[in-house]
Design a protein around this ligand. Structure first.
Ligand SMILES: C[S@@+](CC[C@H](N)C(=O)[O-])C[C@H]1O[C@@H](n2cnc3c(N)ncnc32)[C@H](O)[C@@H]1O
Length: 126
């Protein structure tokens, strides 16, 4: 497996390095994306393919009266996202789940907004 395959599903030590790189390297693109969407302070948000959790963290700042769930099928991503959002998870403002976008464990109308940064091109069926 090449190091860059970790962009699709971070695994092992290469994956741990990759999630740190994604949190830093994807930041400006995500900031630009956020300027195009309205996120109210009580929104229930889902971030699919949350990677290292940096965008979950940004969403949490925008929704102090809402909540944010991050989901990713990579265990490495879930661990990193959980680590950087630990305080908000502990105060029940955030959850990080391991799961595949093709089989999301949510009912319809659960969220006010769903984000997916730099991940949709890996999904088998958009
Ligand atoms: C390039 S990273 C982007 C991470 C983060 N959204 C960001 O912008 O930094 C792609 C992420 O999508 C996740 N991913 C890819 N396909 C997925 C799928 N079918 N279901 C859930 N997560 C998926 C990968 O595990 C990886 O963490």
């Amino acid at each position: 497996m090449s190091f860059f395959q970790n962009t699709c599903k971070p695994e092992g030590i290469g994956g741990k390095i990759m999630v740190n790189m994604m949190n830093a390297g994807h930041s400006s693109m995500a900031e630009w994306g956020f300027t195009h969407i309205e996120i109210r302070n009580d929104y229930r948000c889902l971030d699919i393919g949350c990677g290292g959790g940096a965008n979950v963290k940004k969403l949490l700042v925008k929704t102090p009266y809402g909540n944010v769930i991050g989901i990713d099928y990579s265990e490495v991503s879930v661990i990193k996202s959980s680590k950087i959002n630990k305080a908000e998870i502990e105060n029940k403002h955030c959850e990080i789940l391991q799961g595949n976008v093709m089989k999301l464990p949510f009912r319809k109308e659960t969220f006010d907004i769903i984000t997916a940064f730099e991940t949709i091109y890996f999904w088998p069926d958009i």
